[in-house]
Design a protein around this ligand. Sequence first.
Ligand code: GLU
Length: 551
Amino acid sequence: MDNCVSLAELLLPNIDKTPEYFENLYPARNLSEGARVTRVAPSPTGYLHLGVLFTSLVNRITATSTGGIFYTRIEDTDKKREVAGGIEDIIDGLNRFGINIDEGFISGNEQKGDYGPYQQSHRAEIYQTYVKDLIKKGLAYPCFCTAEDLEATRKIQEENKIRTGYHGEYAKHRDITYEEAKVLIEEGKQFVIRLRSPGSEEHRIAFEDTIKGKIEMPENDEDFVLLKSDGIPTYHFAHAIDDHLMHTTHVLRGDEWISSVPKHIQLFKLLGFKVPKYGHVSPIMKLDAGAKRKISKRKDPEAAVHFFAEQGYEPICVIEYLMTIAASDFEDWRRANPDADYRTFKFNLKKMSVSGALFDENKLNDVSKIKIAAMKSDEVYIRLTTWAKEFDNEFYELLTQNPDFTKGMLAIDRDDAKKPRKDIAKWNEAKEYFAYFFNNLYTPCQTLPEHINANDAKAFLTEYKKVYDANDDRQGWFDKIKAIAPSLGFAAETKEYKANPDAFKGSAGDLSTILRIAITGRTSTPDLCSIMQVLGMTECFRRIDTMIEVL
Ligand code: GLU
């Protein structure tokens, strides 16, 4: 034991605090029974990834539905992989998607809460204090092996068909004495601190994963690294210390960490900490040439959350879609509660998919169309112009040069409609969709359907101009088309035409198609009567005249 205490002093002479100091500094949280404390702990190594957004949502909603706390912690122990602006990008992204952060980093440079600092690179003293204590107790020790030493051991293990790693008789410095360590340190040798694992491969441990159910694995027998040679902890050690001191009740993280759980449980126990509940979230998958694979940061544009912003997906639409992936019962709930805030959904981790769910862009678009269809024109105006201002300035200028005109356009088949059209999933579709409202965007297309003759079309348009009244409602508008039909040999009623197609050139519906083509260049659009009212009589007549000329 003396050996251990002297070793601890030798290795970490500057650490003068004890674990008790931090235990007192970060007392238990005052939360009601059952409240869950969750967190997302991203590494600022790049942009906000769809997987991190998804895991954050799962953590957020778990905390919300139990009256708990959701916090952020920045895991920046790997300085080599860090990118400038990484923290900001992630936190701003979470905020933009409405993932409210109760504690931790709430913006790129602002932290809030009593359990900080919430950035691992600022917690070195805390980690070293606990490591020192483990060394004193004989539960950790310095290892002076170089990369070459470890490589040589690995080769021997491979040759002898032994599991590779720093364990058992291959744990070279496991029983190093104070004197031996002192000599090596005086020689200027670098060292890491390793756990003295009491585990054995023969034993198995079982734990209940809150998402995947019961999992059993061999106990950890590896003397894995706790503190690297620069005094910075490994993920494993930082996870145990931080989640203990920050009183996380549920560690919900990517399932690439499942295989590390034996190490983590062992660490919590050796440190005398209560083991948190674990839940491992399956990654979002993608179909690639018929095979399912994880969405990849390198290959898939949709891996970056920026992709959704650029395309003009509303954050809430992406979140609603992710909720359908997160909870198999969300869609039924949504149908039963079309207007409810998704945060009021009773989320249950057990209902999560245990194999990775497929990212389905069509589904996202459907979810999104429903959401956007439910918005009134004033809201669409704000959201569309906000998007355009950032991503399509030409369109922004057009949309805002006459806001009343634009709002009129956006109100069609929306504000007063019993069933608003579900046609726009993301704002980058709007320019093409509304092109004919803007002369700068609109290239007339005057090709008639094959069965309509140019002279009939011309005659109809000429007659129609005489009777058009912008004050007519939809019915009045169509009645006027029907009234012209017989004089040109078209049936006023579709029924009539269908009963006796040889007797007519077509029906009033065909005549309205001629008008639609003249006004919009398309054969299918939202309500044409409203489109004409928004465009105004002068513009409509100009377009009709152009068509008459061309025919
Ligand atoms: N920094 C880890 C990661 O990005 C966090 C894992 C965890 O949530 O504990 O994968």
